[in-house]
Design a protein. Structure first.
Length: 293
């Protein structure tokens, strides 16, 4: 098994940084600070992510994606917001019913640019959360309705396999996926974790999965069949998500959180909440821009 280590890449720390994304057309990194309700953008300069701008929301922000022309699609607490290039926003879809004590969480675009986003329970309920797919219209389709904490999403390099995470039971799923139609097949286990909480993930050009393990201070690489190939150690226990960034997609960006850590844990891991990067001798798969309404 290969071993790598991550280095700190941001001056600022965040409460719950998540959802990193490389916007190739504008050469920028996007990410969110979920409970602060902020969408951040920055530049990769050497080994540092330099924050350049932020957009504030008066609610949680679970995910952000970008269209080819620069519009943003943002998953708020319950709604999806479309932001034009002047950051004017409009509600695109209302996904979570008002009586349900849940919020939107991680999301991403499929190889055709459709947006998928999942929800998570804000109480002790399990098995009632959804993974939604939003097509033009917008038309909303429920992909899964039996999740507890829907998390990372990724697709194989050829777009024929979709991977998804349900963090509470510690499961990474795979299923056949037809990018042309959006149809999917039966899901199957890639890996089920007895210990550790899989969070965000991404895929490299070899088809391997890079998974942030929340609470473990690690990113782990698994083959499509669930064999562990590599580990990246991170000096922050709550690793939340990962993305390959940079012009060559050869820099692994890792987001972390400082929330849910005690004072003693923060003293022991003072870099918690920062962004990190690692050179893992792999190249990521380019993310398809959001296709728009």
């Amino acid at each position: 098994m290969k071993l790598f280590s991550a280095t700190v890449a941001s001056e600022q720390s965040y409460g719950l940084a998540e959802g990193p994304l490389w916007d190739e057309r504008r050469g920028r990194v996007l990410w969110v600070d979920i409970n602060a309700g902020v969408v951040h953008s920055g530049r990769l300069e050497g080994g540092t992510i330099v924050a350049r701008a932020q957009i504030d929301f008066a609610e949680t922000v679970g995910a952000v994606v970008c269209s080819a022309d620069g519009q943003l699609l943002v998953a708020g607490a319950r709604d999806l917001y479309r932001l034009d290039r002047d950051s004017d926003r409009a509600v695109l879809a209302d996904l979570i019913p008002g009586e349900k004590h849940s919020r939107l969480n991680d999301g991403g675009c499929d190889p055709a640019g459709r947006f998928l986003v999942g929800s998570m329970a804000l109480d002790r309920r399990e098995g009632e959360e959804c993974l939604y797919r939003i097509d033009r219209g917008p038309r909303v389709t429920i992909v899964d309705d039996d999740l507890s904490l829907s998390n990372g999403l990724a697709w194989s390099p050829d777009g024929t396999v979709m991977y998804s995470v349900d963090t509470t039971p510690g499961v990474i799923w795979s299923r056949p996926y037809d990018a042309a139609t959006g149809d999917w097949g039966a899901r199957a286990f890639v890996r089920r974790f007895g210990e550790g909480s899989p969070d965000g993930l991404c895929v490299d050009t070899d088809g391997n999965l890079w998974v942030a393990m929340y609470g473990a201070g690690e990113v782990r690489c698994y083959s499509p069949t669930g064999d562990r190939l590599a580990t990246v150690t991170v000096p922050a226990p709550h690793t939340t998500s990962v993305a390959f960034i940079g012009p060559e997609l050869d820099v692994l960006l890792i987001t972390t959180a400082r929330e849910e850590l005690s004072s003693a844990q923060l003293d022991a891991s003072p870099l918690s909440g920062h962004l990190f990067i690692a050179n893992v001798h792999a190249t990521g798969v380019a993310v398809t821009p959001w296709s728009g309404e």
